[in-house]
Write a protein that binds this ligand. Structure first.
Ligand code: HXC
Length: 514
């Protein structure tokens, strides 16, 4: 029989073994790669002394005895971030390359189940060589266990994935099923098939970063939503992102008192929109002048920059901002911008975050590539997402709201609660030139000086239709407001809508156009 002292000594020895991960040599290698260890990352992420580890001593029954490491290459548990509870897991690359085993899966699934039941966000720090090869189909099946829980947690608790090292093969689907993917620009990469396979299949030689680094997924593919320089910066970004999100779908995001007054008037807004409608301007200026000081966190800033989405605060309350960006492609909506907007609207709706939409778009981008690429079904996602959303919705037509894009971008008919417009708003079925060519075809064909007549017709069309007053007459716009007063107007509107209750008809689920 062991004495109590001996029993404790065994526990401390095992605990110490678990804390060492893959041992000093591999920890040194991890640092040399510019990466922190799983435990160092969690120490940065969580409030001091808040971490409660679960499954520290679980180890794989498979493989060589001397390769068994308590924890099996993953650290899981609960902790707090700025006093709010979270469930976390961090893969430990120092243990068999963080490779994914059945034991790892059990530990992650346990956290997912508890987090869903307790209504707390799940944060995963990924750094793994993928399915543990020695475990064969066991580790493949184990991925399935995690995936199904990712789906069950979707829209129930926020899920955030950080990619801090490799994330390859089918392993990428767990992050892809979560709400936000944040990549380390120096060490993170994601792909289904690695550079070797790509070379064998196509002859193309690419580095891991060229194939699946942050620059690829934040700019081109749209797989990742944010990136930061390294582990530390990614961890800070996770904390910031979390501050806009509620604990679960039954709660509201926390209110964070602003530095600036709710009734702040911003005269600069009155001259922000250039008189020449062909001239762009940066929608970020508008967002930053209206929202609480320094509160805008842009999501997917580099993907489809012709649309801008992100979280901000108005009088301390979290809001989702959706805007067209007139400085890029005149703010036209294309396939990627549609996907970006629609997904963001759904995230806000799932997590009780009111939506503020700033509209300045000439419409959906015309073009053969766009049509062949399915801009119809992608654009339909925006309409679907806004129509389905039951959170408070407010829109401000800043300048152009033309054609289908007017309807899609949070119009009254898509159940927008309050529609404002600036005096610079242009709400029309189509652009002036196209409209005049159709409406005045005969007169232009027979005119002595068609160019001059065309100009006259265009000016007339603009006078008649390129203003917000026609829409205000018809009740499509609730109020034409002075740009300078947009902030207090939005804050007061949100105050009214805070207790909004709206329900969709019961159904198993809608058939989202995808
Ligand atoms: C077991 C693994 C492993 C794996 C790495 N290791 N990946 N062990 N299973 N999947 C081990 C290595 O053998 C090595 O152990 C240690 O981890 C560190 O790996 P290195 O290769 O030295 O590190 P590095 O040079 O940085 O390369 C990292 C890597 C490479 C690019 C991730 O390890 C690699 O290519 N691994 C295999 C990736 C892969 O193809 N995985 C399967 C994907 S398919 P020692 O003891 O030698 O130091 C998949 C299917 C999922 O995941 C399907 C879900 C539906």
């Amino acid at each position: 029989m062991e004495t109590p002292e001996e029993q404790l000594a065994t526990l401390f020895r095992l605990r110490e073994r678990a804390l060492q991960g893959g041992g000093p040599e591999r920890v040194a290698q991890q640092h040399a790669r510019g990466k922190l260890t799983a435990r160092e990352r969690l120490a940065l992420l969580l409030d001091p002394n808040s971490f409660q580890e679960i499954g520290a001593l679980a180890s794989s029954p498979l493989g060589d005895e001397d390769q068994r490491v308590p924890g099996d290459g993953i650290v899981t548990g609960f902790g707090k971030i700025n006093g709010r509870r979270v469930a976390v897991f961090a893969q430990d690359f120092t243990v068999m390359g963080g490779s994914f085993s059945a034991v790892q899966a059990n530990k992650i699934c346990r956290m997912q189940d508890l987090a869903i039941e307790s209504g707390i966000p799940i944060i995963g720090l990924n750094d793994s060589g993928g399915a543990r090869i020695q475990e064969g189909v066991r580790s493949l099946a184990a991925y399935g266990e995690v995936f199904v829980r990712n789906v069950m947690a979707s829209g129930v608790v926020p899920q955030i994935s950080a990619i801090l090292g490799p994330c390859a093969g089918g392993a990428v689907y767990s992050p892809a099923l979560t709400d936000f993917v944040i990549m380390s620009e120096s060490t993170g990469y994601m792909f289904l098939t690695g550079p070797d396979v790509i070379k064998a299949v196509s002859g193309r030689e690419l580095s891991t970063q060229e194939l699946g680094g942050a620059a690829v997924h934040c700019v081109r593919s749209g797989v990742a939503h944010l990136s930061a320089a390294d582990d530390r910066a990614v961890i800070e970004l996770i904390k910031r992102l979390l501050s806009y999100l509620p604990q679960n779908n039954n709660e509201d995001p926390p209110q964070i008192m602003p530095y600036d007054r709710a009734d702040r008037i911003e005269p600069a807004l009155n001259s922000l929109v250039p008189a020449d409608e062909r001239q762009g301007y940066d929608i970020h200026t508008l967002i930053n002048l209206i929202c609480d000081y320094d509160s805008f966190l842009e999501i997917q800033p580099l993907f489809a920059p012709n649309a801008v989405v992100g979280f901000a605060r108005l009088d301390g309350y979290a809001v989702g901002i959706v805007a067209n960006q007139p400085a890029v492609m005149a703010g036209a909506l294309d396939i990627d911008a549609s996907d970006k907007i629609a997904r963001f609207v759904r995230i806000c709706d799932a997590f009780n975050i009111p939506l503020i939409t700033f509209v300045d778009t000439p419409g959906f981008l015309p073009g053969v590539e766009q049509e062949y690429g399915g801009v119809i079904r992608h654009g339909a996602k925006i309409i679907y997402a806004y129509s389905e959303a039951t959170v408070p919705k407010i829109s401000v037509v800043v300048r152009k709201a033309i054609g289908g894009a007017y309807v899609a971008m949070s119009s009254k008919q898509l159940r927008c609660d309050l529609n404002f417009a600036w005096p610079s708003a242009q709400i029309a079925v189509m652009g002036a030139e196209g409209a005049v060519r159709i409406l005045r075809r005969e007169e232009l064909r027979t005119a002595e000086n068609p160019a001059q007549l065309m100009e006259q017709f265009i000016a007339d069309y603009r006078r008649r239709y390129f203003n917000p007053y026609h829409a205000a007459d018809l009740g499509q716009i609730d109020e034409v407001i002075e740009p300078a007063e947009t902030r207090p107007r939005l804050i007061r509107a949100l105050e009214i809508l805070r207790t909004k209750v709206q329900q969709n008809p019961p159904r198993k689920h809608g058939l989202y156009p995808s």
